[in-house]
Design a protein around this ligand. Structure first.
Ligand SMILES: NC(=O)C1=CN([C@@H]2O[C@H](COP(=O)(O)OP(=O)(O)OC[C@H]3O[C@@H](n4cnc5c(N)ncnc54)[C@H](O)[C@@H]3O)[C@@H](O)[C@H]2O)C=CC1
Ligand SMILES: CC(C)CC(=O)C(=O)O
Ligand SMILES: [Mg+2]
Length: 347
């Protein structure tokens, strides 16, 4: 986030944007300061803003807290409270990162897909949920409930169809309708919405096959629309088509009545925390999505994306995207290079 804020300051200066940035605590930092993962003051500050740029939450220090006070519960609450039902997770390959993916170049070169993940429903929010003791056997039992209402499926399907109309006009809806009733309803409702989009080619895929197809031949996909859990898993998978989870941005959007949240797909990467190793590009590209979609600053968004391309073209790499003949830099230096590229006009 430190790197991204500096990139935003540079782009604001270059384009003379009146970008008023404030910061607020959430996740582990908020728990340490206030005891709560999403303090009311943070939520108020988000609601009073045009857009929210979110760093990542979570870490070993808070893993054993009761669920209600865990950082992840704060993240889910932020999404729910702001009504952010649509999480757009684009995965577009960078020609400069040839060799960075664990998959063959011919499989991933030219990948350009969008995962549209439902974000405020499904098994992350369904009730009943809990860990109890089964009274008849005395065994411990854990349960979470995957629930979707028809309107929740319809509105995310509409988002996916609208996006597809501006892209390749093809939507694959991913479910597990061969086993789950909730997925059967999902499929039926997606089909109903698709009737309003005769130009869009809608097909359906079971999630197990979709995971396999994503690594077998990802170029078959234009837009994937799916539920909260399946989208969470498949978008991490899709990051390896680009080369690293450290490259994937996302936008979490609602009905437009409040701010969207712009956040990297990845988590807090606690295994490398504090070592200046994290790739800041996913967060920087999330800021570009914020400039483009929330603030309508298209030139500034283009400039940030061009800066990423320029830095990659010049051969700079963080460890996660490092390959032969390139120059290894840390998070801080990568951020400085991006700032220089933004200020220089992305050349
Ligand atoms: N939106 C959010 O804030 C999310 C938070 N989390 C939380 O993050 C914590 C860690 O979860 P993990 O499962 O380890 O997922 P993670 O996404 O944090 O890390 C997975 C792997 O990818 C690497 N990685 C992630 N981002 C990177 C970056 N920018 N540059 C280089 N390498 C990167 C990590 O080092 C790790 O090896 C947990 O507490 C989890 O709940 C997980 C996912 C999303
Ligand atoms: C707390 C999790 C739902 C976060 C996550 O993995 C994600 O949104 O991708
Ligand atoms: Mg995830």
């Amino acid at each position: 986030m430190d790197a991204t804020v500096k990139v935003l300051e540079a782009v604001a200066s270059r384009f003379d944007l009146n970008l008023a940035m404030t910061s607020a605590l959430m996740g582990g930092a908020a728990i340490d300061a206030t005891g709560e993962p999403l303090p009311a003051a943070t939520l108020d500050q988000c609601r009073a803003s045009d857009a929210v740029l979110l760093a990542c939450i979570g870490g070993y220090k808070w893993d054993d807290l009761p669920r209600a006070t865990r950082p992840e519960t704060g993240l889910l609450a932020l999404r729910k409270q702001l009504g952010l039902f649509a999480n757009l997770r684009p995965a577009k390959s960078f020609a400069q990162l040839e060799g960075a993916s664990s998959l063959k170049d011919e499989v991933v070169n030219g990948v350009d897909l969008m995962v549209v993940r439902e974000l405020t429903g499904g098994v992350y929010f369904g009730t009943p949920k809990g860990i109890d003791t089964d009274p008849s056997t005395g065994a411990r039992v854990g349960y979470s409930n995957m629930v979707y209402h028809d309107y929740e499926v319809q509105r995310i399907a509409r988002v996916a169809m609208d996006i597809a109309m501006k892209r390749g006009k093809a939507v694959v809806s991913v479910d597990k309708a061969n086993v789950l009733e909730v997925s059967q309803l999902w499929r039926e409702e997606v089909i109903k919405v698709a009737a309003d989009y005769p130009e869009v080619d809608l097909s359906h895929m079971y999630v197990d096959n979709a995971a396999m197809q994503l690594v077998r031949w990802p170029k078959q996909f234009d837009v994937l629309v799916t539920g909260n859990l399946f989208g969470d898993v498949l978008s991490d998978c899709a990051s390896m088509l680009v080369g690293s989870l450290g490259m994937l941005p996302s936008a979490s959007l609602g009905d437009g009545s409040g701010p969207g949240v712009f956040e990297p797909v990845h988590g807090s990467a606690p295994d490398i925390a504090g070592q200046d190793k994290a790739n800041p590009v996913a967060c920087v590209l999330s800021a570009a999505m914020m400039l483009r979609y929330a603030l309508a600053e298209t030139d500034a968004a283009d400039a940030v994306e061009a800066a990423v391309e320029a830095v990659l073209n010049a051969g700079w790499r963080t460890g996660d995207i490092m390959s032969d003949g390139k120059t290894l830099v840390g998070c801080k230096r990568m951020g400085e290079l991006l700032v220089e590229a933004v200020s220089a006009g992305g050349k």
